[in-house]
Design a protein. Sequence first.
Length: 148
Amino acid sequence: MAAARSHFEQVANAEGLQYAARSHWYNSVPAHQAALWADAHGDGEAFRRAVYRAYFVDGLNIGSADVLAQLASDVGFNAEQLRTALAEKTYADRVQEQFEFARQVGVTGVPTYVAGRYSMVGAQPYEIFEKLVETAESEDQPQAPSPP
């Protein structure tokens, strides 16, 4: 775990990404559900960025409906509508389908980047990411299946 953390810190520093030391890991399933909700209701990307910052920089519990509702409100969403969707588990089945798809295609960690028939796990320097894409583009291979 210490080696993975050290690698993450090196890459984050090299790319200028903010992060903080974490003492807890939280269940991210509610955050995945909330992100799908945000996609359906406007700007899912802004919400995902807020979740990233909350988890990796601020150390907040992204499994908490209260935290997710506040993040939603902060980026212009109706927090109560998100709370309802989380309580009713509106996107739970879709998130489980996505997790199952990930297992089927061999995802073993996050983040995982897929380009063509290649994948790369974990935070990597931009140059490695670029090489992944260039290698995939240079081959005439079918694309990887898309997630549900």
